[in-house]
Write a protein that binds this ligand. Structure first.
Ligand SMILES: Nc1ncnc2c1ncn2[C@@H]1O[C@H](COP(=O)(O)OP(=O)(O)OP(=O)(O)O)[C@@H](O)[C@H]1O
Length: 710
């Protein structure tokens, strides 16, 4: 047995696609590191070391050599998680699934192939004493709901399948499990199931995955002579792409999908951050995807493939993904039960730099070059196991055919022991978790055999469990929905769409009626309408091939380089006559996550007392611009013209033809019609909001604004 890190992060840069050109390449491989320039200052370079790096020349079989060593671990009865992370169009599906031809098959079919070969070899060598069975389940998480991919979409129940915790593992209740006896059988099932997956075309990828697809293969190795069976599960996850809605030109439905995708990736980032900071509470339960991944919860090996697109068009998304991976790299988990010795066939590798990496995670966009130093230190295996596990680490659930009272007594003992350290909210969590465990055990039992008529489980108790189960499900759904509104609100806030943000917070409030943070945000956003202060606005405008800062102050617009932090924060200023500085950054939702979490890091010390508020990470890290911002006269005139819905007036603005003017007027009309009260201020509130309209953009807004006399 040896000490080893349980998380390996491999970067993979995909080759150029037909429509991409060499001169646009910004991502370079340097041994086991990835380097790319700062989008704001090309003279600066960011460097990120990984366990291994695969450049565009590396083929599917070379990449698979990173994963194949985990099979040994799996056959010893341990769990393995392999996931692909990256922006839309960066090559996740290609990596996990691949193409039909033998050379281009991805990790999943190769893994299955290798499992079969190993199983057959074991059977042959042991002359039948050892046998292997493999069962497969395949599901997707779409809009935070779990759907069985073995089931055709028209047969799905809209609310999806529910999750239960069982002995520290998350179980998807009612999921089809199919035994697969040959590779051929696997391929037929896999192909058929993939047709049930939710994909759609975005501007960035014609077959973009809109869901997280998770394939689980349970491998059971049985010894005929001893009667012993060891079971390990490998989960392969093709995560949905993180994306910038403005670049993908997503419509409303796609935006909701994106909100959900980004929410789970947001929570994933939060989990990773919590693990790296060795926080006791890892918020993995906040989204279904992180719950199922159980990153940092179960004792297993994790291989994360960070897929990167090489060109400038993906610059920000790539930085965001690298930033995410940089955090994940710091995860140190329990000492592995077995050696995890990666294959030595690929040259671009480095032995576990993640374990040695000591540098705290830094935000992107700061002026310094991000080069990680490797400082050896002793293993923190045992310590970090405690740190990375949630304090409520589950004990195996008592099967229901045992006297119910014994299970309950035990739960009580555990709870009272913990209650000296935990808040009442956490105790409620424990109780909820225990009930879920019991329900999960029951779900598993009933899946195996028809429900026994047990004298131990009284009718009353069963009924109580059922009611609790229903209550929990309802609660989870409502909570997920409420969180989605909060996330949407955050996204609108990030884009300066305060009107829509307010609407979203109001919707969220119906799910969390007494939440003081939401109340505060609503009050701030309502108050924003009545603000009256002078402003200097920094707008970070992002175009396909250049990024610049525009300083708008008293009607003057000038372009300048970013000198300090890219993901700027709004700075609060005292009341008039002092001007308030508002820094507004237009960036992707993922960048937003980074920005929010980086901002949070700085605020952490001041905000510690605030932390207990409803234990809600989405709410805790939310950030609302100050309400006290005043617009310049020119901005006000522009907004007045647009909000007038007068096509003739709008057409007088520079660069605006009839079609565009009509479209702008129509947007305003739509907002007016959507307004709830007659006296509601429905018009566009600021330039950023205007720039977010499809086909307008910040450049056009600037143009229109410049055509007005100050
Ligand atoms: N290593 C590679 N070699 C050759 N082609 C690749 C490679 N990686 C990706 N591609 C191609 O790039 C395109 C985008 O890849 P893919 O669909 O896998 O992206 P994705 O990250 O899964 O996107 P999404 O999140 O939108 O589903 C596809 O045409 C794919 O065939």
């Amino acid at each position: 047995m040896s000490t080893s890190n349980n998380v390996r992060i491999i970067a993979r840069v995909r080759p150029l696609l037909k429509n991409e050109i060499e001169k646009d390449i910004v991502v370079r491989t340097e041994g086991t590191a990835i380097s790319m320039p700062n989008p704001k200052n090309e003279n600066e370079n960011f460097t990120f070391p990984f366990n291994a790096v695969h450049d565009s020349e590396s083929d599917q079989s070379q990449l698979f050599s990173e994963v194949s060593p985990t099979i040994k671990h799996l056959f010893k009865g341990n769990d393995v998680t392999i996931f692909a992370y990256g922006a839309t169009g960066s090559g996740k599906t290609y990596t996990m699934r691949g193409q039909k031809s033998a050379t281009e098959r991805g990790i999943i079919p190769r893994l299955l192939n290798a499992i079969y070969r190993r199983g057959k070899e074991l059977e042959r060598k042991s002359e039948g004493e050892i046998t292997m069975t493999a069962t497969m389940s395949y599901y997707e998480i779409y809009n935070d709901k779990v759907f069985d991919l073995f089931m055709a979409p028209e047969k799905r129940t809209p609310s999806g399948l529910s999750l239960r915790d069982n002995a520290g593992k998350t179980v998807v209740v009612g999921l089809t499990e199919k035994e697969i006896s040959s590779l051929k059988e696997f391929e037929t099932l896999y192909d058929k199931a993939n047709n049930n997956r939710s994909t759609s075309a975005t501007k960035l990828n014609a077959h973009s995955s809109r869901s997280h697809a998770i394939i689980c293969v349970r491998v059971a190795i049985s010894n005929r002579d001893t009667g012993e069976t060891r079971t390990g599960t490998v989960s392969c996850i093709d995560l949905a792409g993180s994306e910038d809605n403005r670049r993908t030109c997503n419509d409303k439905e796609r935006m909701i999908e994106s909100a959900s995708i980004n929410k789970s990736l947001f929570v994933l980032a939060q989990c990773v951050e919590a693990m790296t900071k060795k926080q006791n509470r890892i918020p993995y339960r906040e989204s279904k995807m992180t719950r199922i991944l159980s990153l940092g919860q179960n004792n297993g090996l994790t291989v994360m493939i960070l897929n990167l697109a090489p060109t400038k068009a993906f610059h920000m998304d790539t930085l965001s993904a690298l930033n995410f991976a940089n955090r994940a790299k710091k995860i140190e988990l329990k000492q592995a039960e077995t050696d995890y010795t990666p294959a030595a066939t690929y040259s671009n590798r480095q032995p576990l730099p993640a374990l040695l990496s000591k540098e705290p995670t830094r935000a992107f966009g700061t002026a310094k070059t991000n080069t990680t130093q490797h400082i050896p230190r002793p293993s923190l295996a045992e310590k970090s196991l405690k740190a990375t596990r949630a304090p409520l680490a589950a004990k195996p659930a008592k099967p229901l055919h045992k006297p119910a009272s014994s299970g309950i007594t035990k739960n009580r003992q555990t709870d009272s022991r913990m209650s000296t350290h935990l808040s009442s909210a956490n105790i409620a969590d424990i109780v909820e978790k225990k009930v879920e465990e019991i329900l999960a055990a029951r779900a598993l039992e009933s899946a195996k055999s028809p429900p026994p008529v047990s004298a131990d489980v009284s009718f009353d108790f069963s009924r109580r469990l059922e009611l609790l189960e229903k209550k929990l499900e309802k609660k989870a759904d409502a909570r997920a929905e409420g969180l989605t509104y909060i996330l949407l609100a955050k996204q609108h806030t990030a884009r300066g769409e305060n009107f829509s943000a307010l609407k979203m917070y109001e919707l969220a409030q119906t799910y969390f009626p007494d939440n003081p943070k939401i109340m505060k945000k609503i009050a701030a956003l309502r108050g924003k309408k009545n603000s009256g202060m002078s402003t200097a606005i920094n707008i970070l405008s992002r175009k396909e091939d250049e990024t610049s800062i525009m300083d708008i102050e008293g009607g003057e617009i000038k372009t300048s380089d970013v000198k300090e932090e890219l993901y700027t924060k709004e700075t609060h200023a005292p009341p008039p006559p002092m001007p308030v500085k508002k820094a507004f950054a237009v960036f992707t939702d993922n960048d937003r996550v980074d920005a929010v979490t980086n901002w949070k890091e700085e605020q952490d010390e001041q905000d510690e007392q605030d932390e207990h508020v409803h234990n809600n990470d989405l709410m805790d890290t939310d950030y609302i611009p100050p309400a006290d911002v005043q617009q310049t006269p020119r901005t006000q005139s522009l907004l007045k013209i647009i909000n007038s819905e007068d096509v003739a007036q709008i057409m007088k603005l520079r660069g605006v033809g009839k079609k565009r003017a009509e479209s702008l007027a129509q947007h305003v009309r739509g907002r007016r019609e959507a307004a709830i009260d007659d006296d509601e201020d429905f018009g566009f509130k600021d330039l950023e909001e205007l720039g977010m309209i499809r086909g307008i953009g910040q450049g056009m807004v600037e143009n229109m604004r410049n055509s007005l006399v100050a």
